[in-house]
Write a protein that binds this ligand. Structure first.
Ligand SMILES: [Mg+2]
Length: 280
């Protein structure tokens, strides 16, 4: 029987393999990328049932990775936080925008001015930051003050490379929706006339690296997220399937903002895992 290279064989037992089974075999999902905030948890609380659903998915043999633009915590802080909420996630399963940014800076031998959250500084502690020839933006929170933004602006006007760990509009935390990195990227782009290179989601390079880490092809992968642009549209553009969940920052009507075909809209991570297991 012919099957695509790398496809996992299903046990079709007593049923003959006909055309319909072949098309389902080709569309089989072998890997899932999960966004963190708004999907696994909202604010400081796990989405109900999420740890158990994730465990069920793991036991089915489907590969999982976690892709996040969170830049208010270093990777080990994210893992620790997830552990407290009941999620056991390995360090190598976590793919973050700061890790991608770090690799980019090292590869291009750039010395960055870091306009980032104080909690993230340890991830960049060993990089040379004297005489910056790049500006790297994270979600700096209260450090997005006039003096810091103006320093970044001046460096950009002097020709520094402009890098940002995402361009998300907003996120949901305990008190409601909050400004994310995107509005500050936009402000600096507006003032300087320079366009930022985005090193997290929705960059196609970032999704490509995540798919490689899964060991699947993009067609065998689905991305689960609560952000239409960064998660779902970004994944669809990289040839990955997308599931928008109605938790986290999701607002009614968000589904109409998805610009490409091929996305599912489901209640939450539990429904998403059910969909994946049906498609597997
Ligand atoms: Mg999210």
């Amino acid at each position: 029987m012919d099957h695509p290279p790398g496809a996992r064989l299903v046990n079709i037992s007593d049923r003959p393999l006909h055309d319909d089974s072949i098309s389902r075999l080709i569309l089989m999902i072998r890997g899932v990328l999960f966004d963190l905030s708004g999907v696994l948890y909202v604010g400081s609380k796990a989405v109900e049932g999420a740890p158990a659903s994730l465990e069920t998915l793991r036991q089915s043999g489907i590969a999982v990775r976690f892709v996040t633009n969170v830049t208010r915590l270093p990777a080990e802080g994210i893992l620790e936080r997830l552990r407290k909420m009941g999620f056991e996630i390995r360090d190598d399963e976590l793919i973050t925008a700061p890790r991608a940014a770090r690799s980019y800076l090292l590869k291009h031998e750039l010395s960055p001015y870091l306009l980032i959250h104080p909690a993230l500084r340890p991830e960049f502690a060993d990089l040379v930051t004297a005489s910056p020839d790049a500006v790297l933006l994270g979600d700096a929170g209260d450090d997005f003050n006039y003096a810091n933004l103006n320093r970044a602006f001046r460096l950009l006007m002097e020709g520094a490379a402009f890098l940002a760990m995402g361009n998300n509009h907003y996120f949901r935390e305990n008190g409601g929706l909050s400004l994310d990195i995107g509005p500050f990227v936009a402000a600096l782009e507006y003032a300087s006339g320079e366009k930022a290179a985005i090193l997290g989601k929705p960059s196609a390079d970032f999704f490509q690296a995540a798919v490689e880490a899964l060991g699947c092809s993009p067609e065998e992968t689905v991305m689960v997220g609560d952000d239409v642009l960064a998660d779902v549209d970004g994944a669809l553009e990289a040839g990955i399937r997308g599931i928008l969940v109605r938790t986290g920052k999701y607002q009614p009507g968000d589904e109409s903002k998805i610009t490409r075909p091929g996305a599912e809209v489901l209640a939450d991570i539990n429904a998403a895992v059910g969909w994946v297991l049906d498609a597997a």
